[in-house]
Design a protein. Structure first.
Length: 167
């Protein structure tokens, strides 16, 4: 239910280079999302994420628990209509469901997220408003920084239009 970019290795070597870059956190991963509530200042939040393999859901806590992994998420508010906020999110760590669960844990679930937010789907919205907007990485052969962007899908743009003050 997340739209946007996905990184994949085209060859075994490419996959190994990609895996190393992800592990060393040299890939910049940037998202756009719409969250419930008003966020008026940039912030970097930290916590601990514990994944339940049976349910494929995660829990975010402020204290370390056995089996939990550290998470860090940075966000910058782009616009708000007084009820919802458009955020630019940078993943410092990249864990399963991190953005969705981390923002929900501080009282700002993603619009349309029925797992970590509202329990009822938003009419006309097929999933949460989360879009993998940009990836930035060092090209393994040239050594140059490469940035790839993906435009917003129609459904996301339509939501922004309905929330007029966010565009």
């Amino acid at each position: 239910n997340t739209s946007g970019l996905v990184a994949a290795g085209k060859s075994l070597l490419g996959l190994q280079v990609l895996s190393k870059a992800i592990k060393e956190r040299t890939i910049g991963k940037y998202y756009l999302c719409i969250v419930k509530g008003v966020i008026d200042s940039p912030r970097r939040i930290q916590g601990w994420l514990l994944k339940n393999e049976k349910t494929n859901q995660v829990t975010v806590t402020k204290q370390r628990r056995e089996g939990s992994l550290p998470i860090e998420t940075e966000y910058v508010p782009m616009a708000s209509d007084g009820h919802y906020t458009l955020l630019k999110v940078k993943l410092i760590t990249g864990r399963s469901h991190q953005i969705r669960a981390h923002l929900a844990s501080i009282g700002h679930p993603l619009l349309g997220d029925v797992v970590y937010g509202a329990k009822k789907p938003v009419p006309g919205l097929a999933g949460q408003c989360l879009h993998a907007r940009r990836l930035s990485f060092v090209h393994p052969r040239t050594g140059e920084r490469v940035t790839v962007e993906c435009p917003l899908p129609a459904y996301f743009t339509q939501v922004l239009t309905k929330l007029r003050h966010l565009v």
